[in-house]
Design a protein around this ligand. Structure first.
Ligand SMILES: Cc1cc2nc3c(=O)[nH]c(=O)nc-3n(C[C@H](O)[C@H](O)[C@H](O)COP(=O)(O)O)c2cc1C
Length: 173
């Protein structure tokens, strides 16, 4: 058995794997992109996806003005753009213009998806609730687009300050 040392819970929670990283587009008139690692499936049928956004983000304000959003999964080639969207605020810079990412009008929601991301989900907000220091916005995927020949091995993932791709396959289920 490993010898486990007691750790402050606020530090320890960061050891919990948080693999997804998404570029979330928010806003109708003023569009913005935010990098989000608090992104999870909340239900398979209906397909619900949740994003955890801190109230101090500009995106939080935009989501309260216009609640729909798109969740776009970047591939590893988009690591710099992803970091940029996770370090700069849309209050100061136009992240769409600065990253050069291409906004494609949503099919079912009034928020664009990102052309360069191989997977895009258009989400219609169904509820939101506060948990500690984040607000969870839960959206139903009303339209989804996946690149032909999508290679999940190129999908960018994130854990403890490091961007990666998926690793060794241990076994199938
Ligand atoms: C890898 C990464 C993951 C992040 N995940 C989240 C997250 O899940 N929720 C959140 O509110 N902010 C997250 N952030 C921080 C925001 O992306 C960052 O503060 C951003 O500049 C906010 O943009 P905005 O002010 O335009 O909304 C993350 C940043 C990085 C680099």
């Amino acid at each position: 058995m490993p010898n486990k040392l007691e750790m402050n819970p606020v530090r320890a929670i960061r050891t919990f794997p948080s693999f997804p990283i998404a570029l979330v587009v928010v806003g109708k008139e003023e569009k913005n992109i935010i990098a989000v690692s608090l992104v999870h499936t909340f239900s398979f049928n209906p397909p619900l996806i949740g994003i955890g956004i801190s109230p101090c983000r500009y995106s939080h304000e935009l989501l309260h003005r216009s609640p729909n959003f798109t969740v776009n999964l970047p591939c590893k080639e988009l690591v710099e753009e992803t970091l940029f969207c996770g370090e700069k605020s849309g209050k100061e810079v136009d992240k769409l213009e600065e990253t050069g990412l291409t906004a494609v009008p949503g099919h079912k929601v009034d928020v664009p998806t990102l052309e360069e991301c191989p997977v895009s989900f258009e989400c219609r907000k169904v509820q939101n609730f506060d948990t500690g220091d984040h607000t969870w916005f839960i959206g139903e995927i009303v339209s989804a687009h996946v690149a032909d020949g999508y290679d999940r091995e190129r999908t960018l993932i994130y854990w403890a300050g490091e961007f990666r791709t998926i690793g060794e396959l241990i076994r199938g289920r």
